[in-house]
Design a protein. Sequence first.
Length: 324
Amino acid sequence: MSLDIGSSLGRLQPLFTIAGLVSVSYVTLKVAFCTLNFVKVFVLSPLLKLHVDVKKLGQWAAVTGCTDGIGKAYAEELASKGLNIVLLSRSQEKLERVAKEIEANYNVQTKIIVVDFAQGPGVYENIEKEMAGLEVGVLVNNVGMASVVEYFAETADLEQYITNIINVNILAATQMTRIVLPAMVEKRKGVIMNISSASGKVPTGLLSVYSATKAYMDFFSRALHTEYESKGITVQSVMPYFVSTNMTRNMRTSITVPNSKQYVKQALATVGVENRTHGYYSHALQGLIFDILPTWLSMKLVFSELKKTRARVLKKKAGGKKTH
Ligand SMILES: NC(=O)c1ccc[n+]([C@@H]2O[C@H](COP(=O)([O-])OP(=O)(O)OC[C@H]3O[C@@H](n4cnc5c(N)ncnc54)[C@H](OP(=O)(O)O)[C@@H]3O)[C@@H](O)[C@H]2O)c1
């Protein structure tokens, strides 16, 4: 019997060898391709200015969720390139403050639109009216709502949470695109940047809805780019890992955790160079690791990390008492 198994394995040995060679070649080619792409995106592009010149696309850029974090950084960076900025966010007071700062620092015009995207389909008629006549060449669909690290059915106020997160993370970008895209197509130029997330790449247990909304943003962007590339429009899917903002409780910055200014400076230099991007050099390297790992393993690793995070949060909530 053992001889039979031995001789069968012996006969299969050439197959194992071929499978091994194919796997090693696949990983080697993938790493080589990603390394070349990394050099193009994060070294050559900023040096040779291979990216799109956003100033040539129109007079205005519109940014959703722009009073803090990544959105505010996009608004400032685009203003620094000479674009007027339409600022869309929910707090009038913060909008006025950011508008004043941008006008003073960059000598451009701003327009504020107060909107709570969680309110759903009813908010877009007013946005459309307010934006009518503005030549918008750049749209940054940045607004996003995070979620707590929790099992789906145990999420607090689940019914309302589902409505809010879909309205903010999915509906806003899709409706804003509907509003600005036709005029871009007419002029045959424009850029739409959709802020997805690295958690849209790997189905993420304990962040299931957030991760799924970000996968939507990624798929929507890539599909739209396919449709409109030939019409002069670039649609970019931006997939950050951690950036230090209010959403991440202003976590300590490091090589892998940039602040929003550092992140956006690099991300903006990838427009037109990479249509699906992690936007920042160290995030691209993290992305490469997850690209090489099989999806089931990435899912397992991320889920296991998030289980630890959830346990820590519960322990803290319980005032240090042991939780399960
Ligand atoms: N930070 C990260 O590590 C990270 C990683 C991956 C992806 N992202 C994505 O990047 C985007 C920006 O995140 P962030 O970290 O910069 O967030 P943030 O610091 O929390 O800023 C969010 C901005 O959106 C506004 N906003 C929130 N809910 C809104 C609503 N319902 N209607 C209108 N405006 C609203 C906020 O205004 P208020 O001041 O009124 O709240 C604020 O200006 C999100 O789509 C997020 O999912 C972030």
